[in-house]
Design a protein around this ligand. Structure first.
Ligand SMILES: *[C@@H]1O[C@H](CO)[C@@H](O)[C@H](O)[C@H]1NC(C)=O
Ligand SMILES: *[C@@H]1O[C@H](CO)[C@@H](O)[C@H](O)[C@H]1NC(C)=O
Length: 567
């Protein structure tokens, strides 16, 4: 009886109501106000076209996360048994019921979507502001950025029909705002913070305490200078925001600092989203040059890709951050290591979106890729130095399925760099591999900085490497650069060289690193115990014995790492 009544009522709705009428809309994501640095200019024009993306609820994301931990934890029976493309897709492709529900909702509303990801878990469609406001009970408005004046259309809240709950993870771009542009000493105006101060210090003496070259890095960490031997072992460098890697700069860099390497050593270019790699000298990017010079210059002989992501993003204002992961997930043999020196403050991105991106890293990790990101350059104040009252965690460093790399300075002794971002996520809880290391830090911290950070969040960075006064060649000139941007390529190169030996010995590459780093790997790192990362009118956190949110577990000791990985 009850069932029949419900059935009749819903049939009535279907037949007589307009598709968008009598809907049971539920608020799905909202924020109280727009982020600082934007001004609300009022409702967006009704006929403005929006390119919206839908993230579908994946078949079994917790199953994928379990599988990731299973293949990445040294004590597990399945350690190193990375998943195939198809195995990963089985976890993340939406259930057929989800696809059917979302498609019929799209059809009812006269919309057609295209698939944006290899597993079909992202769909995209275009519609007008007027229609989107009605569909999602949203209030799409125009916001201008106070510094750049750039206009962006966003809503502070949106709803989805109750029938789509459990099927739709999120709609994007809605409440996530573009990352405020910062005045960086770069030729381009980056939308996403490039981690690196890039101050020019041509007068630095040539000692390793004031100017770091590949030789300094190799000596400090005991990294071999001999050539890698495995051609299937690759390392990839992410490139965004029109940062071009210049081959002539790389050539002069190698000539000066790695004369033992072949002068023909270079990167292999991959492009997506209309990306390119101009070789005009004046277009040479500081970040891109740094990244290729400290991978090719350290990971001797490891085939290295430079992946240039263009401006035709499929992922909204994520500026290709999701696209590059989907691009690699579509490959049968993704690179074993991916290093990225870009990021943003966690609070600029919605929780649901941060979660979805983080799960994309879990997919790539399950395939056997080690994903490393620079942690950011603002100490406890976030991706860059800024005024703040509470500490500002960075993204994706808070994501538990990637490896966040902080920075150090000097070689004797090596100490924390004061700009090294570190702290605790407000979005992601403490992963099991980090529980003990984090608890030890928190207990010795006592009341220091109490109330300024979230004690239950995932701590970052995980590890560190040299990040101050690195010599690079940019646009034909030798300059010095600072930033966690320097540290991520260095650590990534160490991992690539370990993989070379593992693969040569018939073993699996390391894949997702953290469960190894926080267990058998911890004692193979140089623990950094001095220095801190001030910000928000505090001294920040201090580097101490054991893990800390400045330098993580420490910097690489190659010989010890070889033993720790069983070689
Ligand atoms: C960045 O450079 C400026 C001057 O160029 C300097 O004042 C500042 O301390 C530097 N920041 C870091 C994090 O090194
Ligand atoms: C603190 O972090 C947890 C994740 O561990 C999160 O659920 C919670 O909302 C965070 N609190 C705040 C105030 O952001």
């Amino acid at each position: 009886m009850v069932k029949a009544a419900v059935f009749l009522a819903s049939l009535f709705t279907l037949v007589f109501a307009k598709p968008h009428g009598a809907r049971d809309l539920r608020v799905h994501e909202r924020r109280d106000t727009h982020p600082e640095g934007f001004t609300n200019r009022g409702p967006a024009q009704a006929d403005t076209v929006l390119r919206l993306r839908l993230a579908l609820v994946q078949n079994d994301i917790s199953g994928l996360q379990d599988a990731l931990m299973d293949v990445s934890t040294p004590s597990s029976a399945h350690y190193g048994e990375h998943l195939s493309k198809e195995e990963v897709f089985q976890y993340v492709t939406a259930k057929s019921e989800t696809v059917a529900t979302v498609n019929s909702w799209l059809a009812e509303n006269g919309l057609t979507a295209t698939t944006l990801s290899p597993a079909g878990d992202w769909l995209g469609f275009q519609t007008t502001v007027e229609h989107a406001n009605e569909l999602f009970d949203a209030d799409f408005s125009t916001f201008t950025h106070d510094v750049t004046g750039e206009a962006t259309v966003r809503t502070l809240s949106y709803s989805i029909p109750a029938a789509l709950q459990g099927h739709l993870e999120l709609v994007h771009p809605t409440i996530t705002f573009p990352n405020p542009r910062s005045g960086l000493p770069l030729a381009t105006t980056p939308a996403k913070r490039v981690y690196g101060n890039h101050s020019i210090d041509a007068t630095a003496p040539s000692s390793c305490n004031t100017a770091i070259t590949p030789t300094c890095v190799q000596e400090l960490y005991g990294i071999p200078t001999t050539l890698a031997t495995q051609s299937t072992n690759t390392l990839a460098v992410s490139g965004f925001i029109d940062q071009y890697a210049n081959s002539a700069d790389l050539k002069s860099f190698l000539k000066s600092y790695r004369p033992d390497l072949s002068s023909t050593d270079t990167f292999i270019l991959q492009t997506l989203d209309g990306g390119s790699n101009s070789q005009t000298l004046k277009n040479a990017g500081v970040e891109a040059d740094l990244d290729v010079q400290y991978t090719i210059g350290i990971a001797s002989g490891v085939p290295t890709y430079f992946i240039s992501v263009g401006d035709q993003f499929q992922d909204g204002d994520l500026e290709g951050f999701l696209d590059i992961v989907n691009y690699l997930l579509a490959e049968d043999n993704p690179p074993q290591v991916l290093t990225t020196s870009y990021g943003q403050n966690e609070n600029t991105i919605s929780r649901a979106l941060a979660n979805t991106l983080c799960n994309a890293y879990a997919q790539l990790g399950a395939r056997g890729t080690s994903i490393l990101f620079a942690s950011g350059d603002g100490g406890v104040s976030g991706s860059q130095s800024a005024s703040c009252s509470s500490f500002v965690p960075t993204f994706p460093s808070g994501c538990p399925y990637m490896t966040s790399v902080g920075a150090t300075q000097n070689v004797n002794p090596e100490v924390a760099a004061s700009f090294s971002s570190g702290g605790f996520s407000n979005y992601f809880g403490t992963p099991s591999y980090q529980t003990a290391a984090k608890a030890a830090f928190i207990s010795q911290l006592g009341r220091t900085n109490s109330g300024k950070f979230n004690t239950s969040g995932r701590g970052f960075p995980d590890v560190a490497a040299l990040g101050t006064d690195l010599k690079i060649v940019n646009a034909g000139k030798t300059t010095s650069v600072d930033g966690t941007s320097c540290a991520s390529p260095i650590f990534a190169s160490v991992v690539a060289l370990l993989n070379d030996q593992l693969i040569g010995a018939g073993k699996s590459p390391l894949g997702f690193l953290n469960p190894f780093l926080y267990s058998t790997g911890a004692s193979a790192l140089n623990d950094i115990t001095s220095g801190d990362n001030p910000g928000c009118n505090t001294n920040g956190f201090s580097a101490v014995k054991g893990w800390d949110p400045v330098t993580g577990l420490g910097t690489p000791n190659f010989a010890a790492l070889l033993t720790a990985v069983g070689l």
